[in-house]
Each structure stands twice: as C-alpha cells, then as structure tokens.
Ligand binder design. Structure first.
Ligand SMILES: [Zn+2]
Ligand SMILES: [Zn+2]
Length: 215
C-alpha cells in the first residue's frame, strides 16, 4: 500500500472523492457551529452545579481521551472493526498525509481531515444525546448537561487540533503555544512505519502515556 506516491494518491482522491460542491471552509464552519452551539446551549441549562457535579468535566475528558485512543488504535488501524472506518483512516488519511507531507494544499483537502457531517450527527445523536438523557434520569440534570458540554467540546477540540496539525508549517496558527509539541506527536504517527505502533492520541497524549505508546 505504500507503493503509491502521495502526489498521485492525492490527485486520485481529489478527482474521485471530493465533489465539485464541497467547500472546506463550509465544512469547518458547520462542524464548529454545531459543536459550539451545543456546548453553549448545554451550559445555559446549568443551575448552580455542586463541586461533585463539576467532576463530570474531568471524568468525561478522561473517558473521551480513552475512547479516542482505543478508537484510533483499534478500528481505525485494524480491519477487525467497521470497514469504512479502517478505509477512511488507514487507507485514505494516512496515504493522503505522511510524516513527510503533512500539509493541505488547499481548503478542499480539509475533507480528508474533518469528520464527515454524517459522523458529526452520529456523535451528537447516538453518543452525546442518549448518554446525556441517561445521566439526566439516573444522575442529575447538571451532570447530564456538563457531560454533553464536555463531550461536544472535546469532539470540537479533536477536530480543531487535528485540523491545525495538517496546516502548512508557515501558518501563524501552527505556531500557537503548545501546538508545535502536539504537531510533532501527530507527525510521528503519520510515519507509515510508526502508525500502527505509536502516538494514537490525536488531542492530548494522556492515554499514550498510560499505555506506554508515546514516542
Ligand atoms: Zn492526521
Ligand atoms: Zn492513524
């Protein structure tokens, strides 16, 4: 699979997978607006949360970090999970971008980084909403809304950070504090020799540290 060069893979992908109607900035704006809108709405529902209820934020963060790690280390890099997930990540994302060619060449290339809108709908409708509803009934409304706000905030952080890792190194955004470290972490994961072994966290390498896969 490593036989095809990045330029020829990119040319083929752009010609066959990116529709003429696709706009990268529209995709970016949709993801950002839906997530920020959900976080803002959830925060307006809070009524004086207690210290215990605020613990929902770090607990959800940690859980999301583990889900990100295992989702990426598992189905995104193994054929054992859903076929589409493996295809899109290992066979497309990792061939479109390698450690030597990490940057977009135009906004239409955002398609190869941001989750498709249908998956955004899945995260919202099949993960955030039902677990939030369950917490609403089994725990407290504050815990439910803090969970929804943190989960959607985490998802958007994932999207924004991953988006920033694939910006050209000359971009002012790429030079934000802390971002250089995270960009290096993800760039190493894009080395075809390392992608199945190291740096599976896309956001903060907490689970990589826990499981000894940080390089
Ligand atoms: Zn990437
Ligand atoms: Zn990967």
């Amino acid at each position: 699979m490593a036989s095809e060069s990045v330029p020829s893979f990119r040319a083929h992908y752009r010609a066959t997978e990116i529709s003429a109607h696709y706009t990268g900035w529209g995709h970016f704006a949709l993801t950002s607006t839906v997530c920020l809108g959900t976080v803002a709405f959830a925060l307006t529902r809070l009524t004086a949360p207690t210290a215990i209820e605020w613990l929902t934020v770090p607990a959800t963060f940690l859980l999301a970090n583990l889900v990100e790690y295992w989702g990426h280390r598992g189905p995104m890099h193994h054929r054992t999970g859903p076929k589409k997930v493996y295809e899109r990540h290992t066979l497309q994302h990792h061939r479109f971008f390698t450690h030597e060619s990490m940057a977009y060449e135009g906004s239409r290339d955002f398609k190869m980084v941001l989750f498709p809108p249908v998956l955004l709908g899945f995260f919202l409708g099949a993960i955030a909403a039902p677990i939030g509803a369950l917490l609403f009934v089994l725990a407290t409304p504050n815990i439910a809304w803090l969970y929804v706000a943190t989960a959607m905030g985490y998802f958007l952080t994932y999207e924004w950070l991953h988006f920033a890792y694939h910006l050209p190194a000359s971009s002012p955004l790429a030079r934000l504090p802390g971002l250089a470290f995270l960009r290096r972490h993800h760039t190493l994961h894009h080395d075809p020799a390392q992608m199945g072994k190291a740096n599976f966290n896309i956001t903060f390498p907490v689970a990589d540290l826990l499981f000894g896969t940080r390089r």
